[in-house]
Ligand binder design. Sequence first.
Ligand SMILES: [Zn+2]
Length: 487
Amino acid sequence: MTYELVIGMETHIELDTDSKMFCTCSANFFGKEPNINTCPTCLGLPGALPTINKRAVEFVIKLGLALHCDINTHTFWERKSYWYPDLPKGYQITQYQYPTAQHGYLDVDVRDLTNGWSDQSYRKRIRIRRAHLEEDVGKLSHVGNSSYVDYNRGGVPLVEIVTEPDITTPDEALAYLGALQSIVRYLGISTGDMEKGAMRCEPNISVRRAGTQDLNTKVEVKNLNSFRVVRDATAYEWKRQVGVLERGEKIRQVTMGWDEVLQKTVVQRDKEDAHDYRYFPEPDLPPLVVDETWLNQARTQVPELALARQDRYRELLGISAYDAHVLTQDRAMAEYFEAAVGAHMEHAKGICNMMTGELFRLMRANMLELANVRVKPGQISQLVGLTTANRISSTAAKTVFEEMFATGADPESIVEARGLAQVSDESALRALVVGVLDANPDPVKNYLSGNVKLLQFLVGQTMKASAGKGNPGMIRELVTAELEKRR
Ligand SMILES: [Zn+2]
């Protein structure tokens, strides 16, 4: 019997606001001394009253729009009661009955990335059940017999995004999470950095007989913090649950964690421990009303996202799937590329090659962010224009680009100052060819007696003799013609 995997994904994403969700404390807690970003409100002291962070609400509206959700313009806050030392109020303020966004979807391109990049992909629609706002909890650490709590993170705005159970392979889970991470970065609402805990995933995993629509007992795996761990944990659960069913046993509904050392899921909580959250309306906050003006303003702030740009680059500009993917990973990079192409669609491929080749290489080597790159998009376009017009060779273009990268100078002026203009003067090139053939009697002889591979050697020698400035196409023709004369 074959089984398929069924995953509904819950993802928590920390919003990149200046202040916390319900107080004015700084939300920037990374690397800070414990408990310095706190006040009576986020410590849950008696009498302290919360206020709503408008920016956080705006962020979730934009996310909801990007995920094609319906936006609930009239919602209210609710208390989710549970007691745990990292939640000093004894309840979390959240949205339960009416999330700000619901009933949307996210289209993703799914690839088998086990052996590196694959051009083969299929597009899948993952339905979004809801996206709601809440507040993060503090951080507990256990050292020896003591436990410590740091409330700097307590109260930081958090959005929880829940999908329908539409994900059916570990690769689809990764494609979904990658797309979601890209969207929050494009929107500028979160860093989406999993290694810093700004994005955490909890897949709800079950299996069913392939071809059926059954929803069986599911297992929740908590707080996965890297794409690799998501893939390992879902693949492991798939195998484990199939094993349980094959033995004729039942799946227990439990909450699990991932043990990185044992490379397996381990039970954290049984169903019997399930909390009764006793949701009830938060009496200290007014209802949340989003008016039409606010909603429309948010609409104008949702940019074209990565997938739509990839489609456009492939269809209109002839860019490969891989390059389109690479160029759109980062919104600033995609915008840089589009600014460089501008009205010169015929230069798009050349610009793409220059960016994914030379620009990325030099940025890596100099550990430079795009914002600090001195080359302007228009200058890359000019450089590619010089190459396509045969004014400079592709080798010279790389030299020119290096200098552009170092100094920010225009390609034209570099070509002129360094005398890199390509030589297309036939008589000058012919003289060089004759010199090279005279200086290499043996390769000439061997070529004429059938070793045609030596043509490339003689072309290379002539390119060298021209100090890299000869027009390679013309040199090849001239070498061939001069060799024929010597038959
Ligand atoms: Zn506070």
